[in-house]
Design a protein around this ligand. Structure first.
Ligand code: HEC
Length: 173
């Protein structure tokens, strides 16, 4: 009887331990509920549409002005503005190995994994992680050459080629 109780307690400890360990082995994190993760996915979708929407439209509208200031430059200013004002973190990164700007290479482990998966043809890469003890959704979407204008600066690629990714870090709440 007593041995059974001890065994039971041990088992309960193992189960609780694995629940409390978050992804990537972070200690003492509880798993966020599915609806909260889904809401974070929805936020990523909305942000992705908005950011891609203005980049494509700036590129299409300011065909001449962009020769000096590409839409990517404006996008990065908007990402910075958003982060400063408490918004989710967004980055535009390279997937080709030859970025226009070296600052745009994948940095975090997630970004590196995302580049690998997007390069294999995946259309959406995401994982739940933790930052400062809080659950976050990390996600990445492909940035292909969507129009011929892109090639005037990103030479050597053709329409449809994957050249980059947008990465997001959205709080799950
Ligand atoms: C006028 C030249 C120009 C055009 C047109 C242009 N880009 Fe860029 N792109 C750049 C420059 C310059 C950077 C680096 C900007 C920075 O980091 O401040 C960049 C950065 C990027 C990056 C980040 C990786 C890297 O190479 O640094 C991606 C992805 C990207 N552009 C995609 C596109 C897409 C898609 C289009 C077409 C919708 C496009 N660009 C049109 C010049 C251009």
């Amino acid at each position: 009887m007593r041995r059974r109780m001890v065994l039971g307690l041990l088992l309960a400890g193992v189960v609780a331990g694995s629940v409390l360990r978050g992804e990537e082995g972070e200690a003492k994190e509880t798993k966020p509920d599915r609806e909260a993760v889904q809401r974070a996915h929805d936020t990523v979708k909305l942000l992705d549409t908005v950011h891609k929407g203005y980049v494509v439209n700036i590129t299409a509208t300011y065909v001449k002005a962009q020769v000096r200031t590409p839409a990517a430059h404006v996008a990065k200013k908007v990402f910075e503005f958003s982060a400063k004002n408490g918004g989710p973190l967004v980055r535009l990164i390279d997937t080709t190995g030859s970025p226009q700007n070296k600052a745009n290479v994948a940095k975090s482990d997630f970004e590196k994994r995302a580049v690998e998966k997007l390069s294999k043809g995946e259309k959406y890469v995401s994982e739940v992680g933790h930052k400062d003890g809080k659950a976050v959704l990390r996600a990445a979407t492909p940035v292909p050459v969507v129009m011929s204008h892109c090639i005037s600066c990103h030479a050597g690629f053709k329409e449809g080629d994957l050249i980059g990714a947008l990465t997001y870090e959205v709080p799950i709440k």
